[in-house]
Design a protein around this ligand. Structure first.
Ligand SMILES: NCC(=O)CCC(=O)O
Ligand SMILES: [Zn+2]
Ligand SMILES: [Zn+2]
Length: 328
């Protein structure tokens, strides 16, 4: 047979290998999820999430200062309250003296250039641990849930968050949040990143440990997507884009690369984000520990696959490592 091309000519040299990627990983693609607790002096290890801690606001400078020095561009905040009184509507979520609002304000002063996103959900703050308000029978009561989520998002934006990211998966919350931001004059000051395709995954376990957000009864299968639901995911992506989402997110990432690719195709003019969730992170660590692969090589392979699928933003607990790896 006549040889018409030698593909291997394109990957003999490291540089010719680098040129094969359509987009290269950069530091600014990484958004670091951080856990803020209500003891202002806390720095407490999270056993299920290697290297991650719950931090108090007074410790944010020592925690993030060195990372900002290395090029950390953005963080997403999760509040982990222990001292507060949780109730049916998640009142502590936007308590002005609570950890998230305090952290936004502190970070804005400490690191004026750092992009601050806030996860918007109620599960860390409700007595029942669900992401919305419930009917008597324990099912989600959508309308007041959406209203409450929009109120929380607005209060984060008023405190100075650059981005609010609803992860609750209630129908209609993107439109409601966008409306609230616009009515308050913050439409051009705060980005709305929607967890558009958030699947009911087995990979959130370590996060629920870290954030104390496991539901007291039942599960979240009625408002998160079934893992095999490609059609629902596409509809949710289109719906959120239409409702005014500025960034579309897919979560988890690695088992849902096809959905990332769908999002890039359905919303070609939106930045696409993906969340490499706690279980993915823990799995990569566990595999490396068991000698299945080398940690750094696998972390690169996973992140590059996400970018290849179409993501431009990766929420990852590996962010601090990538700031080093991408400097070398
Ligand atoms: N809204 C955040 C989650 O539900 C979980 C993320 C993770 O497992 O890292
Ligand atoms: Zn939630
Ligand atoms: Zn969540």
């Amino acid at each position: 047979m006549e040889i018409s091309s030698i593909l291997q000519g394109g990957y003999q040299h490291p540089l010719s290998r680098a040129w094969q990627s359509r987009r290269q990983l950069t530091k600014s693609m990484f958004m670091y999820p951080i856990f803020i607790t209500d003891d202002p002096n806390a720095s407490v290890e999270i056993p299920t999430l290697p290297g991650q801690r719950r931090w108090g606001v007074n410790r944010l400078e020592e925690f993030l200062g060195p990372l900002v020095q290395k090029g950390l561009a953005s963080v997403i905040l999760f509040g982990v309250p222990f001292k507060c009184e949780k109730d049916g509507r998640g009142t502590p979520a936007d308590d002005p003296s609570g950890p998230v609002i305090q952290a936004i304000k502190r970070l804005k002063t400490l690191f004026p250039l750092l992009y601050i996103a806030c996860d918007v959900c109620l599960c860390e703050y409700t007595s029942h641990g669900h992401c919305g308000l419930l009917h008597q029978d324990g099912t989600i009561n959508t309308e007041p849930s959406v209203e409450r989520l929009a109120e929380v998002a607005l209060n984060y934006a008023l405190a100075g968050a650059h981005c609010v990211a609803p992860s609750d998966m209630m129908d209609g919350r993107v439109a409601a949040i966008k409306r609230k931001l616009i009515d308050a004059g913050l439409g051009n000051k705060c980005t709305l990143m929607s967890y558009s395709a958030k699947f009911a995954s087995s990979l959130y376990g370590p996060f629920r440990d870290a954030a104390g957000s496991a539901p007291a009864f039942g599960d979240r299968k009625c408002y998160q997507l079934p893992p095999a639901a490609k059609g629902l995911a596409k509809r949710a992506i289109l719906r959120d884009a239409t409702e005014g989402a500025d960034i579309i997110m897919v979560k988890p990432a690695l088992p849902y690369l096809d959905v990332i690719a769908d999002a890039a195709e359905l919303a070609p003019d939106h930045p696409i984000a993906c969340y490499q969730v706690s279980g993915e992170f823990a799995m990569i660590h566990a595999g490396a520990k068991a000698g299945v692969y080398e940690l750094k090589t696998m972390a690169f392979e996973a992140a590059e696959s996400m970018v290849r699928a179409g993501a431009g933003i990766i929420l990852s607990y590996f962010t601090p490592e990538f700031l080093d790896w991408l400097s070398a």
